[in-house]
Ligand binder design. Structure first.
Ligand code: FE2
Ligand code: FE2
Length: 206
């Protein structure tokens, strides 16, 4: 079989669905590469800043890496704005949806809410609510999202910063997206890892 015969899903046979599942599994293995390619596409988007969207993403991830953060944090920082391409009005939710099966719940929540938390830095300049993040006061990941924005997101628009190249992060993206989806050992609901690891910060090889 090189393609199914049905024209409506309800008419498919078990063999056809087995065939499609095998195709899907093979296609899924390419997710990391497709995301990395999409990240490069970001480079063409959203001008006006001193760094491109790709530059901002790489700079955020570089800062996470240099803070000694773990791989879930680094990949989350790298992909946090990937939604800018197709979902300019909810880019945070879009990115969170992509990473949710493969990273800790803590990181997904932070990526999902980072847009609201970022308002702290510019909301008052654009007639928005600077304190939108207050809606999450008391949430177990509130401080993590506040730190993520302060240390990695709002800080990463500096063209003079020594940003690591995309090749550096490529193996990490492959590692994360080759995990079993929704593995409880990865998601670890409610558990928190620090954004900064004093033992590793500044010590990592580059
Ligand atoms: Fe963002
Ligand atoms: Fe960002």
């Amino acid at each position: 079989m090189d393609r199914v015969k049905f024209t409506q899903m309800k008419d498919g046979t078990p063999e056809e669905y087995q065939f499609l599942t095998e195709h899907e599994v093979a296609y899924t293995k390419g997710t990391a590469s497709r995301l990395l390619a999409a990240l490069v596409d970001l480079d063409e988007g959203l001008s006006g800043y001193q760094v491109s969207r790709l530059g901002h993403s790489l700079q955020s991830a570089t800062r996470a890496y240099r803070d000694g953060a773990d791989i879930d944090w680094i990949v989350s920082a790298l992909l946090h704005d990937i939604g800018d391409i197709y979902a300019p009005y909810n880019h945070d939710e879009y990115a969170a949806t992509i990473i949710r099966p493969f990273v800790r719940e803590q990181c997904t929540w932070v990526v999902e809410k980072h847009g609201d938390f970022q308002m702290l830095y510019y909301g008052h300049h654009v007639g928005g609510n600077q304190h939108k993040r207050d809606a999450y006061n008391g949430h177990k990941y509130f401080d993590d999202c506040a730190d993520f924005c302060e240390r990695w997101d709002q800080a990463s628009f500096d063209p003079a910063y020594d940003t690591l190249p995309i090749d550096f992060f490529e193996p990490m993206v492959h590692d994360v997206f080759s995990r079993a989806p929704y593995d409880p050992a990865v998601i670890r609901p409610g558990e928190r890892e620090a954004l900064q690891n004093a033992g590793l910060a500044g010590q990592r090889a580059e």
